[in-house]
Design a protein around this ligand. Structure first.
Ligand code: SAH
Ligand code: SF4
Ligand code: F3S
Length: 453
């Protein structure tokens, strides 16, 4: 009888991909969705804010109870929190058998025997062998995430990711293209290229800033290929047969090159969608955050992108309540979001993280001030999102149908090229995975309503 693994995933798309990899490499295990029937429970964790951390601890508490009735069950913690606290987590939670950081999951199959012998395991760090291609067992059959670059070399002063994911390591173009070809051959329609900062793709390749095929991370150079940066990689990906849509996240404003802006309109499969985190509208705060751009630079960048790609949807991340953020700074953020008019915005209260410089900056703000600013910001960004959505009413959109609306199965759900969700009435399962045209007939803040044409 195959053993059974239950995987619970928190956090970002990179974590979702890692969970699919874990499911793929645990070949002796079948993936189940009931933790009570599992031989192995893995919790893939996120450390980006305190709230993400707290959610993990409460799940560990709940799952520990299952272990009392099932002493053979093993529980492992993977992901960014595992990397951040390592052994301390084993000390803190007696129910945990294993703590394994994101760059060590490829070792997992070889560790399981040890685990079942009763050894408690901690594996953290960023070995260069982690830049590799592993089998995946994917949840979705239509769209897939594919990492192009691991880690991050930026040091935004609030961010834990460079600690948990390590320095930048780009996958080679061959690794990426092979994975994409396999996805295309298996019928996938849409891929999202992943990186903490995709614009840095290739900057770590040895011998030349973008000499993509030299000896990176111990891999042999492959003859006959040109040096590759993000723009060149996108051109190569766009030429692959089979895939219909290509997306990428996340773009850091500071090195979004004009060459990329000029190239994007020529890449037919690359969708008109750019996630471009602003973080703050105040130059004082941007500097304290170590973001490497000013609000004027950011606004000019948005203008340049919109000029070349008029139908583009631009989304963002904003943090409120960064240490030292005065009313005046916050008002500049409000002014910026009103002027820029994002298609949508993810908004966060600043959360001090271990090891990050801003956790010890003076002038930390109270949770009341943060909450108040968050609410004001959300009122503004969601009003703008809805206004932007309402402008699409009466227009025709091409959407990739992803599935039925679980809340009302007479409705199907798909996304526009600009990543907006559209619900529409239909009664044929056969639409799933197809591109269809819909007329937009209504909208809310988070979705559009369409009519199948
Ligand atoms: N590499 C990506 C994503 C980083 S994490 C990027 O550079 O955009 C996703 C978002 O979480 C960030 O854009 C930021 O807005 C938010 N975030 C990161 N650290 C945070 C912290 N300490 N407190 C609050 N929000 C944070
Ligand atoms: Fe964190 Fe900044 Fe790197 Fe994004 S670019 S992962 S916010 S350090
Ligand atoms: Fe992702 Fe959270 Fe780690 S956002 S990179 S899982 S800290």
């Amino acid at each position: 009888m195959p053993k059974k693994v239950y995987i619970h995933t928190f956090g970002c798309q990179m974590n979702k991909y890692d969970s699919e990899t874990i499911a793929g490499i645990l070949q002796d295990y079948s993936l189940i969705d009931d933790p009570e029937k599992a031989n192995l429970i893995l919790i893939n964790t996120c450390a980006v804010r305190q709230h993400a951390e707290d959610k993990v601890y409460s799940l560990v508490g709940r799952l520990s109870i299952i272990k009392k009735d099932n002493p053979d069950l093993k529980i492992g913690l993977c992901g960014c929190l595992a990397e951040q606290y390592g052994e301390n987590l084993l000390k803190r939670f007696s129910a945990l058998d294993m703590v394994i950081g994101p760059d060590n999951i490829y070792k997992l199959p070889g560790l399981l025997d040890e685990l079942y012998k009763g050894r408690r395991i901690v594996l953290t760090g960023h070995p260069s062998e982690s830049v590799r291609s592993l089998p995946t067992k994917r949840v979705d059959k239509i769209k897939a995430y594919v990492p192009i670059v691991l880690g991050c070399n930026n040091r935004c002063s609030y961010c834990v990711v460079p600690w948990t994911r390590g320095n930048i390591r780009s996958r080679t173009p061959q690794q990426i293209l092979n994975e994409l070809k396999n996805l295309a051959n298996s019928g996938y329609q849409e891929v999202t290229l992943l990186g903490q900062n995709v614009n840095d793709y290739g900057c770590d390749f040895k011998d030349s800033p973008i000499a993509g095929l030299k000896s990176v991370a111990g891999l042999e150079p492959v003859a006959g290929l040109e040096p590759v940066d993000f723009c060149k990689l996108l051109i190569m990906v766009n030429e692959l047969d089979g895939l219909k849509r290509i997306r990428f996240i996340t773009s850091h404003p500071k090195n979004f090159k004009s060459e990329l802006i000029n190239t994007l309109p020529q890449l037919q499969k690359v969708c008109e969608y750019i996630h471009l985190p602003l973080q703050s509208g105040s130059n004082k705060i941007l500097k304290l955050m170590n973001r490497g751009y000013t609000i004027e630079f950011y606004q000019q960048l948005v203008e340049d992108i919109r000029q070349k790609i008029p139908t583009v949807s631009i989304t963002t991340d904003v943090i409120v309540g960064f240490p030292g953020e005065e009313e005046e700074d916050f008002n500049q953020t409000l002014k910026a979001v009103e002027e820029i008019r994002f298609d949508s915005a993810f908004t966060f209260k600043f959360s001090p993280r271990p090891n990050t410089p801003s956790a010890t900056y003076p002038d930390q703000l109270s949770s009341e001030v943060k909450q108040d600013r968050l609410e004001k910001l959300i009122a503004s960004t969601s009003r703008i999102t809805k206004e932007k959505n309402s402008r699409l009413i009466e227009g025709i959109e091409e959407i990739l149908v992803e599935g039925q609306n679980p809340k009302d199965t007479s409705f199907f759900m798909g996304r526009t090229r600009t990543d907006k969700i559209v619900f529409f009435k239909a009664n044929a399962d056969s639409l799933i995975g197809k591109m269809v045209k819909v007329k937009i007939i209504g909208c809310g803040t988070f979705s559009l309503k369409g009519e199948l044409l």
